[in-house]
Design a protein around this ligand. Structure first.
Ligand SMILES: NC(=O)c1ccc[n+]([C@@H]2O[C@H](COP(=O)([O-])OP(=O)(O)OC[C@H]3O[C@@H](n4cnc5c(N)ncnc54)[C@H](OP(=O)(O)O)[C@@H]3O)[C@@H](O)[C@H]2O)c1
Length: 293
């Protein structure tokens, strides 16, 4: 187990489960920078699906963040039971433990809990009607948190990219290095969201003593994958015209993808927490980190 101790400040003790993942990595860095103590754990140190493991590791902390998940969307179609164990039973066990020790649980959820057919941004209170196995298990995880602890923040995110994981920008950069043209879908809309920005939002929610509830942690604005790919290619100094259009029907993927994954941020605004900025502006800054040395 990695215990990193900060040196300054009004220190709280955070435990981050899933710390080696794409979001977890940036979150550990962010929380440490703010002067808090961080217990950073991943699969080697904790199994969130095992109550004994959770009880042993989760102790003497103020904030627990669950960024551990079964995130393989297509694989979940064939392995829904395994996905359920990580995405629903795990959060239930963590929520019960947090309630027992008086810690706040921050649980990360997803746009896939929605049906993806809306024509206006999804509100935090909109009906969850997931279309695939991953979304079903994540929706169950939200309920598991809500019924097992009073002190929780469920933060739904979407279209995450970061330096420490397999992300869409990295895939596009690799393809752009080897091909003259890229073909990217135009009929799926969302909000590309940098893990650094989401980590910052989570810290700001805790600092603001946000009331228990559901929040949307995505960039503002919207684009489709084609638009995001063009922005990525432009950041690489290449001509965005090499990005050609196609539709999702051209790909035969096991899990259904939401056509519309745009999330509204009213709950953040209501408590005076500024949402993450426009996806395009945030990408300009992120690109220097993602593609820098
Ligand atoms: N990536 C996206 O675009 C996206 C979009 C919407 C929502 N989200 C949500 O955001 C959160 C973070 O996503 P991410 O992309 O950063 O995830 P990630 O990179 O897949 O990281 C998840 C981490 O959790 C670990 N883990 C899995 N099962 C575990 C268990 N039973 N006990 C302890 N650790 C376990 C994984 O280990 P292994 O690698 O060994 O399995 C991995 O290190 C997740 O809740 C995800 O559902 C992500």
């Amino acid at each position: 187990m990695m215990l990193e101790t900060a040196e300054k400040g009004d220190c709280m003790r955070w435990l981050i489960a899933g710390a080696k993942g794409m979001l977890g990595h940036d979150l550990v860095e962010r929380v440490l920078r703010d002067g808090h103590d961080v217990i950073a754990v991943d699969r080697e140190e904790i199994d969130i699906t095992n109550p004994a493991s959770v009880n042993q590791v989760v102790r003497d902390v103020d904030v627990v963040v669950n960024v551990a998940a079964f995130t393989a969307v297509d694989k979940a179609e064939e392995e829904e039971a395994a996905a359920f164990t990580v995405n629903a039973t795990g959060p239930e066990i963590l929520a019960r433990r947090c309630s027992q020790i008086g810690a706040c649980l921050i649980h990360i959820s997803t746009d896939y809990v929605f049906g993806g057919e809306a024509t206006r941004p999804y509100a935090e209170s909109d009906l969850m009607e997931p279309k695939g196995a991953y979304g079903r298990t994540k929706a169950a995880g939200e309920w598991a948190v809500r019924v097992n602890t009073d002190d929780y923040l469920i933060v739904r995110t979407a279209w995450l990219y970061g330096k420490h994981g397999a992300s869409f920008p990295a895939t596009m950069a690799n393809l752009a290095a080897t091909r003259d043209e890229l073909t990217v879908v135009t009929d799926e809309y969302g909000q590309p969201t940098w893990t650094v920005d989401l980590a910052d939002l989570l810290v700001r929610l805790v600092d603001a003593k946000a009331p228990s509830g559901i929040y949307h942690g995505t960039s503002s604005g919207k684009t489709n994958w084609h638009g995001f790919a063009k922005a990525i290619v432009e950041s690489l100094g290449k001509d965005p015209a090499i990005v050609k259009e196609t539709t999702a029907a051209a790909f035969n993927r096991p899990a259904p993808r939401p056509h519309y994954s745009v999330l509204g941020h009213n709950a953040l605004e209501r408590i005076g927490v500024t949402p993450i900025g426009d996806w395009r502006e945030r990408w300009n800054e992120a690109a220097t980190v993602m593609f820098g040395d």
